[in-house]
Design a protein around this ligand. Structure first.
Ligand code: ATP
Ligand code: MG
Length: 291
């Protein structure tokens, strides 16, 4: 059971985009994200649901960490707490040493659906955050153009979201999250709604992008292949109430591509994960049926 039950529902606070802020006292190897004894309980018609039960982990600056686990185990809830979207919680969540008490401009988020402004072009979607922070149209446009080039959509800079494929829209969503140079980028199954082929392309894109962005990344996925391909570390969560079952280092060389998935060290890591995930997936399924 969680240590305290005084915590309740999620807040609906909106994410805002802002310019990066100087962070005092940060060193290259210190924890960028620290989650300590995090517990979150929801009040529901069926009573209290313990979504997250005393989860602790930290993420070093520049590290890419994937969280995997069965549906309903609390992955999004943990990520939302790091984003400052899940309040109140029990325990401590800090980014760059400062407690998360609400959305912050240095923490960017990408969701499963791109949620672009349909009435704005690609360029204006990406420039929106910097504009909101008082950048001139020229400066915001220059930031957007740089990111559009980086995500390979130069030809579509003036296009509107509904004219883009799902994968292209998600690339714009990633660029929009990067427009304010977040120190921490949180991604909640960002490729989950894409077809398998587009997903593969997006994974390659993200691998290439990673060397060009200077952000610490926490990436939630159901897909163990995606997790091992992208991550420096994989955190495997148990069926609800969510706990961290395994913290697995992915010591595979970079740069990586999908070819790595055929190599013995990769397969050994995957084998390590699969039994654990299968057992937990079955437990989550049984729990949902019984509840
Ligand atoms: N706003 C809410 N109110 C009540 N219960 C909630 C709320 N949000 C999440 N939960 C419950 O908390 C638990 C964890 O949910 P969460 O969305 O974090 O799971 P998840 O691991 O992200 O699942 P999925 O892989 O399906 O996205 C679930 O039991 C869910 O029903
Ligand atoms: Mg989720």
């Amino acid at each position: 059971m969680v240590a305290m039950m005084a915590i309740r529902r999620r807040s609906k606070a909106a994410l805002t985009l802002a310019s990066p802020q100087p962070v005092m006292g940060s060193q290259p190897n210190e924890a960028a994200i620290s989650v300590s004894d995090l517990s979150i309980v929801f009040d529901t018609a069926r009573g209290e649901v313990i979504a997250v039960d005393r989860v602790s982990f930290s993420v070093t600056r520049g590290e890419f960490v994937c969280i995997v686990g069965p549906s309903g185990c609390g992955k999004s809830t943990v990520l939302n707490a790091i984003a400052g979207l899940e309040m109140p919680y029990e325990g401590a969540v800090t980014v760059d040493g400062r407690p998360m008490r609400g959305p912050r401009p240095d923490v960017g988020m990408v969701f499963q659906q791109p949620h672009l402004f349909p009435w704005k072009s690609v360029r204006r979607n990406i420039a929106h955050g910097p504009r909101m922070l008082g950048k001139s149209a020229k400066d915001a446009g220059a930031i957007a153009d740089g990111l559009i080039e980086m995500i390979g959509l130069t030809r579509f800079a003036d296009a509107y979201p509904h004219t883009l494929s799902g994968g292209m829209q998600q690339r714009v969503a990633i660029a929009r999250a990067l427009a304010n140079q977040p120190r921490v980028l949180l991604m909640d199954e960002p490729f989950g709604a894409l077809d398998a082929q587009t997903r593969t392309v997006m994974q390659d894109n993200l691998l290439a992008l990673r060397s060009r962005i200077n952000a610490t990344v926490v990436f939630v996925t159901h897909d163990i292949d995606e997790a091992i391909l992208l991550a420096d570390r994989v955190l495997i969560m148990s069926a609800g109430p969510g706990r961290i079952l395994r913290d697995l280092a992915v010591d595979l060389p970079r740069p990586r591509s999908h070819a790595i998935m055929l190599e013995p060290p990769y397969l050994a890591l995957k084998k390590d994960c699969l039994d654990l995930i299968r057992t937990e997936g079955q437990r989550a399924f049984d729990q949902a049926r019984e509840r």
